[in-house]
Write a protein that binds this ligand. Structure first.
Ligand code: NAP
Length: 308
């Protein structure tokens, strides 16, 4: 019988990539998993009764929480709204999963760190001290604690700089935006002093599916190894780049002149929420858990832009 997985926030960037990964007819997970995705209209994670009812109804082996308040700038003006979803909501889901005896993979972010660039050369490790500088980051850090406290075996997966490259209602991600601006403008100014690891949503979904397969086995055979349960893991595309370098790479992939992208500084682009200068997350914890490292960001970007 196929293993039931419940995805919260399934209409979002990562949630939809996960649904596609599990529902694909080919690949390592084909036919082994029965993935069900719910959005906020079916399961609002701020409503504990709705969360409990959905978990009881679908009876998943593992839940993946992609539901989040992700409007980083808007959160500065309404921190309680971000906390309601990212902290209290995450806690509601974790409690329901713990009570139902199902596994939980909870998504979190590089924004829990200060992003001031003092981490080791290989990027932030999961045990490095958190120090969020934004309302969004504080709400996500509080969410990690709420999840840990309600469901100690949950796996928290921090990621960063996620994109699909596809246009979406309301604007889309950075890669999609550069794709649009290449067609609309002669030149584009992009910050060259924020560094991170671009993460193709499809690659991250594949990695999370691999992790969930491990957890699903563990649910039926608790002594099975590998045992990532109860850990915080970091998962991003390999390598690192600045937004300027990513934008140039997008132009190159589109066959456009990358010199149309001009470097600027963070101070030139003021935003309500301060942006981390350094968002690189080390892949060491992911590899140590026996999971396949996500590919380097550059070939991943080429693959994303080659999608029809
Ligand atoms: N995108 C990135 O660059 C990035 C970087 C680091 C970490 N992350 C983390 O990765 C996870 C997935 O992010 P994403 O980029 O896929 O976000 P996204 O595209 O903004 O999707 C988030 C989803 O959460 C749902 N949601 C919001 N409030 C909800 C509620 N009260 N109850 C249930 N669902 C709710 C929304 O669904 P409805 O439309 O149905 O309301 C939306 O589809 C999040 O935890 C995020 O913090 C993302």
């Amino acid at each position: 019988m196929a293993t039931r997985i419940l995805i919260a926030g399934a209409a979002g960037q990562l949630g939809s990539a996960l649904l596609s990964e599990w529902r694909g007819r080919t690949g390592p997970h084909a036919g082994r998993f029965d993935a069900v995705g719910v959005g906020s209209s079916e399961m609002d994670i701020t409503d504990p009764a709705a969360v409990r009812a959905a978990v009881m109804r679908f009876r998943p082996r593992v839940v993946v929480n992609c539901a989040a308040y992700t409007a980083v700038d808007a959160a500065e003006a309404d921190e309680p709204a971000a906390h309601a979803v990212n902290a209290a909501g995450a806690g509601n889901l974790a409690r329901a999963c713990a009570d139902a005896g199902c596994g939980l993979v909870h998504l979190s972010t590089d924004y829990v760190f200060s992003g001031e660039g003092c981490a080791g050369a290989g990027g932030y490790e999961p045990d490095d001290p958190v120090g969020p500088r934004t309302a969004y980051g504080r709400s996500k850090a509080a969410g990690e604690l709420a999840v840990r406290s309600a469901h100690p075996a949950a796996v928290v997966v921090r990621t960063a700089w996620v994109y699909t490259g596809a246009a979406r209602q309301g604007g889309g991600d950075f890669v999609a935006t550069m794709r649009r601006l290449e067609a609309e403008r002669e030149s584009v100014d992009v910050v060259d002093d924020q560094c991170g690891s671009p993460t193709y949503a499809r690659d991250l979904a594949r990695g999370i599916a691999e992790l969930v397969a491990v957890l699903a086995v563990r649910q039926t055979a608790p002594d099975a190894w590998p045992r990532p349960a109860g850990r915080t893991l970091h998962a991003t595309g390999g390598g690192a780049a600045t937004w300027y370098e990513v934008a140039r790479a997008v132009f190159e992939e589109l066959g456009a002149d990358p010199d149309r992208v001009r470097a600027c500084r963070t101070e030139d682009m003021p935003r309500p929420a301060p942006r981390p200068r350094y968002s690189v997350l080390s892949g060491g914890s992911w590899a140590d858990a026996g999971l396949t490292p996500l590919r380097h960001w550059r070939p991943a970007l080429a693959a994303a832009l080659a999608e029809p």
